[in-house]
Design a protein around this ligand. Structure first.
Ligand code: PRP
Ligand code: URA
Length: 209
């Protein structure tokens, strides 16, 4: 079974309060999503592997470390995942970015795929799938299916707010994918919205309410 890691750093929780607030403007919401994404990326990258390297300082040789292992890839789930990309790239500027376009059918709540564009070497990279919301779990599972069908094996999922139902669905379908969340909320309402959640993340990022 995969791990579920709650990123409960006080700065993340503080900013989450602004994201949840219905009176937060589109401009502030967009900026705050980026900031929370940077902070979460800082927590997630704690697990990157290091290799020793010797550096000549002005005084003497120093035994230092640099990041080693696979190159990284970010996979935002369109649209709302796009709002997280800039924030993560601040810490991982060399990561390549692939896109998986999915929208949730409002009647069936099933994910509909409309766009996939991935780096050519995607299967060799360690991937971070980005989406602010994990509700029924359908979109995350579909995105992970797309990546695994292309041979990707090292994948983490980073979401801001998750419903317990969605976490269970992803863990069942993809037990090898660890899930990083800022908050696990209470439940899904009859329309598949996370309660209390923050509303429709894509609409709030792009101002399409
Ligand atoms: C939202 C959100 C997730 C999905 C979560 O996207 O960004 O991708 O819903 O719901 P699920 O877990 O039930 O699949 P939406 O389909 O509204 O598209 P958008 O990002 O274009 O607004
Ligand atoms: N998608 C969102 O943007 N918000 C929810 O609460 C559920 C799905």
């Amino acid at each position: 079974m995969s791990r579920v890691i709650v990123c409960d750093h006080p700065l993340i929780q503080h900013k989450l309060a602004f994201l949840r607030d219905a009176s937060t403007t589109t401009k502030d919401f967009r900026e705050m999503i980026e900031e929370v994404s940077t902070l979460m990326a800082y927590e997630i990258t704690r697990e990157l592997s290091l290799e020793p390297v010797e550096v000549q300082t002005p005084v003497s040789k120093a035994q230092c470390y640099t990041i080693s292992g696979r190159m990284l890839g970010l996979i935002p789930i369109l649209r709302a995942g796009l709002g997280m990309v800039g924030g993560v790239l601040k810490l991982l500027p060399s990561a390549k970015v692939g896109h998986v376009g999915l929208y949730r059918d409002p009647e069936t709540l099933k994910p509909m795929e409309y766009y996939v564009q991935l780096p050519t070497d995607v299967q060799e990279r360690e991937l971070l799938v980005l989406d602010p919301m994990l509700a029924t779990g359908g979109s995350a599972v579909a995105a992970l299916d797309v990546l695994k069908a292309r041979g990707c094996t090292q994948i983490k999922l980073m979401v801001l707010i998750a419903a317990p139902e969605g976490i269970a669905v992803v863990q069942k379908a993809h037990p090898d994918v660890d899930i990083y969340v800022a908050s696990i909320d209470e439940y899904l309402d009859d329309h598949g919205y996370i309660v209390p959640g923050l509303g429709d993340a894509g609409d709030r990022i792009f101002g399409t309410m």
